[in-house]
Design a protein around this ligand. Sequence first.
Ligand code: FAD
Length: 507
Amino acid sequence: MSEDVRKGRIRSIVIVGGGTAGWMAAAALRRHFGPAPIDITLVESSEIGTIGVGEATIPTIRGFYQNLGLDDLEVLRATQGTCKLGIRFKDWMAPGSAFIHPFGLYGQDLNGVGFQHYWTKARAGGEVGAFGEYCLGASLAAAGKFTVPAANPPSSLSIFDWALHFDAALFAQLMRRVAEANGVRRIDAKVVKVNLRPEDGFVASLDLHTGQVVEGDLFIDCSGFRGLLIEEALETGYEDWSQWLFCDRALAVQSQPPESAEPPPYTDVTAHTAGWRWRIPLQHRYGNGYVYSSRHIDDEAAKAELIAAVPDKLLHEPRLIRFTPGRRKKVWNRNVVTLGLASGFLEPLESTSIALIETGIEKLKQLFPDRSFDPAVVDEFNDWSRREMERVRDFVILHYKAAQRGDTPFWRTTRDADIPETLARKVELFRSRGHVARYRWEMFQPPSWLAIFDGFGIWPESWDPALDGVDGAVLAASLNQMRAGVARAVAQAPTHGEFLRRYVAAQ
Ligand code: FAD
């Protein structure tokens, strides 16, 4: 390595914020760089605290902590976690309706033709079970059961994935233990001033309330909604998406269910008057919250609705959180990269925020800069991040657009609102051709889109022409076999509660 290259290397990373985002970044980057001569310092203020919500994940979290050397049972135990096979959407189509968005495949694709085409053709012949009955993950979840996927699944029918529900504070503590054990330095202090270099406006250092000054080459802003560096210091700007996503508040409350309660292996999201309510089972308590639109319900009425809906004992007064759906115009500006709430926020309907932290860290590893902060690197990072977030946004909007409830002002507004052109194109592609587009840096793969299309009854009229010659009776017989295989696997699995008692609680 030439002397110039060596001199140009980043030598110090300063992370501001010790919530889920900050400690995940600290643990993962320390691991990534190993003994490379890069100092990582994390500044957090125990006086300010963290947001303390964010308890439902998607399966990518497991790969994330496995890369840190942690295994599933260890994390479940350390975080009072439970297993999650997907999300159950209740009352979204109409009161009483329910469907599951699982982390798993539907049926078996054959000869390059997606299973949805086989199912659509079989349905036209009237010989078919519900789409979810061909998905092991969805069927286990619907039955309240859980098992880990086979290491060598006998067929693609047996492929499903799972994620965790965990206590957000305990997860951040776990990340902190890993980060500190590997050499990340922690400073507990309040940042009171961000000092910019006069020549180019890059961040040079942070003044702490203790009088200490912290210098760095690269700063990672994980300071939460306020965006202490990216917004308050660099005035990067925010893209507001509230013309498409109307929810802008949440009330969060923890509860204590009765001892006998069996935790479901899914996150429950139930439609309400002006938004939706989450319910997340943990081993020691449940998390609940109402995400709503302040344009359609006031805080007091929302609180009353939440309290009336939570079936168990509340552990504290519901806590109000305000947010603006959208994203930072640039998630990387000068020498500041943002992760977590500082980079933007979408309501947690599909549990995407923590997953976006993971992919943000991944992008940063792939495009880690030198001290020159080459604009080509920064632009690429911003471009990937923008596309990824827009695709998550579209996926979330789809739920509201497809719900078609229309029974309250909120549901009429969401039903009648315009949708982004990118989403309209995707829906049309599916309706006309049964095809689900797939892109790089897209969090939700075709099975997830199929789950939501099916859950809301959006199906094409026709199927792939390659199936026109397939005999209806043969098709029906093989679909019946598949369904029976799924039902057998479900029958053999323990309930989620049994699984936790057997493998997680027992130490
Ligand atoms: P925070 O937790 O807010 O941490 C900010 C940190 O910055 C703190 O350590 C604070 O002390 C520090 N800080 C701030 N100012 C200063 C200062 N001046 N000096 C020093 N330190 C400072 N995500 C999911 O994936 N799944 C979910 O189910 C989910 N549910 C959610 C529900 C709601 C209602 C909300 C609002 C969010 C939810 N999220 C969810 C998102 C998730 O909570 C966040 O992505 C995650 O907690 C990361 O937060 P953070 O670390 O960015 O910010």
